[in-house]
Design a protein around this ligand. Structure first.
Ligand code: ZN
Length: 230
């Protein structure tokens, strides 16, 4: 018998790349799932493709899903991305980069694919420590979704599979995530975190995602292979 399949949500960022490496390390045949959801730039999808290949995903599915038609976020509508915020400010409220119900939408698709694959394990790179205050990155949300998954699917109701949502980064700092991924051989040079790349292609260095990433590499005492604007 081959390795058990797992569906891994893969954005192309640092966290999800680390999670893909963890799922592989745990012996799963990884089925990476990314979304072309109308995000402002397709840089992160290119990264997702490269990361999936580099980390030996058995399959990589990119689903199209036009969240721009819904909007409501700086990542899917013409709303400026906040720049230069402190980590304290990031923790103080839910910013405009929040995409309405994004992780619920993504996990729902992951759950559907998992049911077809007869797979009971879904991995997601949410993190509740060094994050932007998104409500769908909290442990309570993940636990609630796992319950929902077991009520919502034929596989769950017939008792053939018991869905588990793995969120291995949930209690890690960004530095711990980077250190873990580096130990597992993740090439962070393939990943992309910036919400607002500059016209010259560099990461902006000032959005929440860039700042959290920089903080992680600094605290882990590692160099970020992806250059950002000075
Ligand atoms: Zn940025």
């Amino acid at each position: 018998m081959g390795a058990a399949p797992a569906v891994v949500l893969l954005s192309g960022g640092l966290d999800s790349a680390t999670v893909l490496a963890i799922a592989r390390e745990e012996g799963f045949a990884t089925h990476a799932l990314s979304f072309d959801y109308g995000q402002r730039h397709d840089r992160e999808l290119d990264s997702a493709r490269r990361v999936a290949q580099a980390l030996g995903a058995a399959r990589h599915l990119v689903l199209r899903l036009d969240l721009r038609a819904i909007g409501g976020s700086a990542l899917t509508a013409d709303i400026p991305v906040p720049q230069g915020r402190t980590v304290e400010a990031m923790g103080a409220g839910i910013p405009v980069t929040y995409v309405p119900a994004r992780n619920t939408i993504f996990l729902s698709h992951a759950m559907a694919w998992a049911e077809v694959l007869e797979c009971q394990d879904i991995f997601i790179g949410v993190n509740a420590l060094d994050y932007s205050g998104y409500p769908d990155c909290r442990l309570e949300f993940i636990e609630a979704f796992e319950r929902l998954g077991n009520l919502a699917t034929r596989a769950g109701v017939e008792g053939r599979t018991r869905l588990r949502i793995h969120a291995p980064l949930i209690r890690l700092t960004k530095a711990e995530i980077v250190a873990r991924g580096a130990a597992l051989g993740v090439d962070y040079g393939l990943t992309w975190s910036c919400y607002a790349p500059r016209p010259d292609g560099l990461a902006c260095g000032r959005c929440d995602s860039c700042l959290l990433r920089a903080k992680g590499f600094r605290a882990a005492d590692l160099r970020d292979p992806v250059p950002s604007a000075p």
